[in-house]
Structures are given as C-alpha cells and as structure tokens.
Write a protein that binds this ligand. Structure first.
Ligand code: PLP
Length: 310
C-alpha cells in the first residue's frame, strides 16, 4: 500500500508555515469503506487470522469505532464473519455514521461498558470457540506489535520522499504513532496528539514500540514516548471550537475533510504548534488517518449552519 503524499501550500501559509513545508499523507485513501489507518494494521492482523484458519474476527471499540468498521469490511473482503464488542455509556445509539456501515457488513454486536471492553472481548472470543467457531481476536484499535508494523511501512513511504520529515498524527490507542516511531527511528520525529481515547498509553505503548522493533529486527528508536497531551483533558469525541476551526480551514484550503474525533483534533494541535512557532524547521507530514463517517453523526450537528429548507 503506498498512499499519496500531497503538498498543501495554502494550508501551510494559512497556519504560519512556509510554502513547501506541509504535506498530507493520504491514509484516508487506504480502502475498507471509508479508508483510514486501520487498513494498514489489518493487513498484518488479518493475514495472521487467515494463517490460523480463523472463521470470525472479533474486536472491540466505541460505538462509532472506525477500527470496528474497518475490521468488519476486512472480514467481509476475505469471507470471514465479524463480531464486535461495542462500548456504550448507556444511551441508545442512533443508526448513524459507522454503525450504518457495521450493519451493512452484518456485524454481530455485543454491547458492553467502556471499562469492560477487554474482558468482554475475551469472553466473547471464548464463547465463540466454545460454540465450535475459530475466532481471531483483534485488540482495541488493532494496536499491538504486529498491527504497528503497518505504520513502520508508512514511515518508510514518507521517508523515501521526505527523508527529514516530522510526522504529525492523532494518538488514539497509540499503535499508529508506535509504528511511525519505529519506522522513523526517533521519537522526536513523530508529533502524536493524544485524543483522550484510552488511559494508560504511557505504560503500554513503549512495550508496543519495543516489541515491534524487535520483531522487525530494527533498532530501538531514539528518545522516549512523549505524546502531546494538550487536549487530553477534553473527553474523547467531545466537540470543541479549535477542532471545528481546524476542519473548516483544512477543507477550505485543501479540499480535504478531516474527522471530528481524531484527525480534526490532531490538526488543531498542529495548528496551535505552528502558530506558536513550536514546529521544527523541517517538512511536516500530517497523517490523514481517515474517520469521516463520525462527522455525519448528531453529536456534531451544531457545527453546521445549513439554511433551513423552505
Ligand atoms: C480516524 C482515526 N485516526 C487515528 C486513530 C488513532 O490511531 P491509533 O489507535 O493507532 O492511535 C484512529 C483510531 O483509534 C482513527 O479511527
């Protein structure tokens, strides 16, 4: 998979960077319905599932999970079933955004609470095995040392064009940033903006990085795990002005649409850093990691001011 790397000069100058300094890595074009970063992880995870002769992929995420939707699309692409453990805070979920796509892929949904996701995933996989199925369980966000490999290759694609680039990306479960760090060989070359998806990344991600580098026989990257936590206090997915502004300025200057949960927040963080003069004097590659379906959910309705119909 080699996605386009697009130079975005109008966005660069609008946020105080130089012409030629800002690029977008178009991982919104990876496929699996609405694209996104999960396709690169699933390339490895689904290959292992097929090697193990699994007949059903089991995974977990929030109700509007892009990872679950991409896993369902991947399962159907190769002829497997998909069971999803989706977390809810109790509210009833409208059939909107990624849930519409999960339904089209005929995903069997098991609802649980956010704190019970991992346990319900293990129990669901065990119940499927007990019923004679061959489940392959994929962790939250597809984040483990195997899934992160996909982003080692994405980093190589970037470095082949822009050898000194710094890559900015959203950090959800952290696997994308982990793979990029391994691929670029230096924590300082990845500007990961935490979107408050899960706690405990500081404990888990260094192990994913070490495991991924060791499995690929690559050197341990220089430096330490230090995501940008400027928005970590704002609950996951909660709308706020800087994100709406980042999505609008990106759309208007590039024709690209970011999502409200991940890439919009990451772009908001990048814009803040650019305007504060905090970015290195190097090419900056913004990873567009997909996520568009969530924009079409009621949660973000107030961001839009369409004229009322007659
Ligand atoms: C659109 C989008 N971008 C970025 C991320 C973050 O990726 P990761 O979970 O690997 O940190 C996710 C998923 O969590 C996502 O769905």
């Amino acid at each position: 998979m080699n996605t386009p790397l697009t130079r975005v000069d109008r966005l660069a100058t609008a946020i105080g960077l130089k012409r030629g300094q800002l690029w977008v890595k178009r991982d919104d074009l990876t496929g699996l319905t609405a694209g996104g970063n999960k396709a690169r992880k699933l390339e490895y995870l689904v290959a292992e599932a097929l090697e193990q002769r699994a007949d059903v992929l089991v995974t977990t995420g929030a109700a509007q999970s892009n990872h679950v939707r991409a896993t369902a699309a991947a399962a159907r692409t190769v002829g497997l079933d998909c069971v999803a453990v989706l977390s809810t805070l109790g509210a009833q979920h409208e059939p909107e955004g990624n849930l519409v796509l999960d339904d089209l892929f005929d995903v069997s949904v098991v609802w649980t609470g956010p704190a019970e996701r991992e346990q319900t995933l293990a129990e669901t996989a065990a119940a499927l095995a007990g019923a004679g199925r061959s489940p392959y369980a994929i962790p939250l966000g597809g984040t483990n040392a195997l899934g992160a490999r996909g982003y080692v290759h994405a980093a190589e694609e970037v470095a082949a064009v822009l050898p000194d680039a710094v890559v900015a990306c959203a950090v959800g479960t952290g696997g994308t940033a982990a793979g990029l760090i391994v691929g670029l060989g230096d924590h300082d070359r990845v500007l990961g903006i935490d979107v408050a998806a899960v706690p405990g990344l500081d404990e888990r991600i260094p192990d994913v990085i070490a495991g991924c580098a060791a499995a690929m026989e690559l050197p341990a990257p220089r430096g330490d795990w230090h995501p940008d936590t400027r928005y970590s206090h704002i609950p996951y997915g909660q709308p706020f002005d800087a994100v709406a502004d980042a999505i609008r300025i990106t759309a208007k200057t590039t024709g690209l649409v970011l999502d409200p949960v991940y890439t919009g927040r990451a772009m908001a963080g990048l814009i803040e850093r650019a305007r504060a003069g905090e970015l290195p004097d190097a090419p900056i590659v913004f990873l567009h990691s997909g996520g568009l379906p969530a924009l079409f959910t009621a949660r973000y309705r107030d961001w839009f001011s369409l004229p009322a119909a007659l």
